[in-house]
Write a protein that binds this ligand. Structure first.
Ligand code: SAH
Length: 217
């Protein structure tokens, strides 16, 4: 029996359903992932709180609502192949793994990639592969993807991700000129050269650092 099950259920009710998220597949995916295993032991009692938490290396595990919102807006199908940029703790990758067939996730900090691999193995998540590289370049060798979720904020939407989507594919990404606050965008690829862009509202993510993102420091 999972001692955090009732906290997780309360999180779904009070943080997600109350804010209007009703997609049953996304709610079930969030119910299925033991978020407390993705946070540091010292933060266990806050694992299901309505906020991001530090995971070391100046990075964070995103707020549960933001993960659920991004997954919902990606409109995932069971057969989809998904690219995630910014593995961090591995939590969002584990949620995505419940919603689609395969997840390829990229993290730039080797220690976080290693820890995420270990946590994902512990929760028996077998359809996720964690790579350690500059995610601003995507994964051209495995493209195209049905969906791309970017968990760190870019100065602008990098062309690489648009190119690595299938026609009909969806990209959800925080972007904006400020390092501390951005908008969340959904981009849908209508054809090889046409994209529909929607602004889903204000968010605050850690920066996406790399060749097509922010410079380090
Ligand atoms: N999805 C994560 C949240 C991670 S925070 C979770 O559920 O825990 C964003 C992550 O993006 C950080 O771990 C950061 O190191 C990583 N990141 C930043 N720039 C990156 C890049 N260019 N490529 C890959 N990962 C990057």
């Amino acid at each position: 029996m999972d001692p955090f099950e009732s906290e997780r259920e309360a999180m779904v009710r009070e943080q997600l359903e109350r804010r209007g998220l009703a997609n049953p597949r996304v709610l079930d995916a969030i119910r299925a992932v033991p978020r407390h295993l993705f946070v540091k032991n010292s933060l266990l009692k806050h694992a299901y709180a309505d906020r991001p938490l530090t995971i070391g290396h100046y990075q964070t595990i995103s707020q549960p609502y933001v993960v659920a919102l991004m997954c919902d807006r990606l409109k995932l199908e069971e057969t989809d192949r998904v690219l995630e940029i910014g593995t961090g703790s591995g939590y969002a990758a584990a949620v995505l793994a419940q919603l689609c067939e395969r997840v390829v996730t990229v993290e730039r900090i080797p220690e976080l990639a290693k820890r995420a691999r270990e946590t994902l193995a512990k929760v028996d998540c077998r359809n996720v592969t964690v790579h350690c590289s500059d995610g601003t370049l995507g994964r051209p060798e495995e493209a195209p993807f049905d969906a791309i979720l970017v968990s760190a904020a870019a100065p602008a939407v990098p062309e690489t991700y648009k190119q690595q989507l299938c026609v009909g594919g969806r990209l959800v990404i925080p972007a904006g000129r400020s390092r501390s606050s951005q908008s969340l965008y959904r981009v849908r690829k209508k054809s090889d050269s046409e994209f529909a862009v929607e602004d889903l509202g204000g968010v605050a993510f850690v920066p996406l650092i790399g060749e097509k993102g922010w410079q380090n420091g």
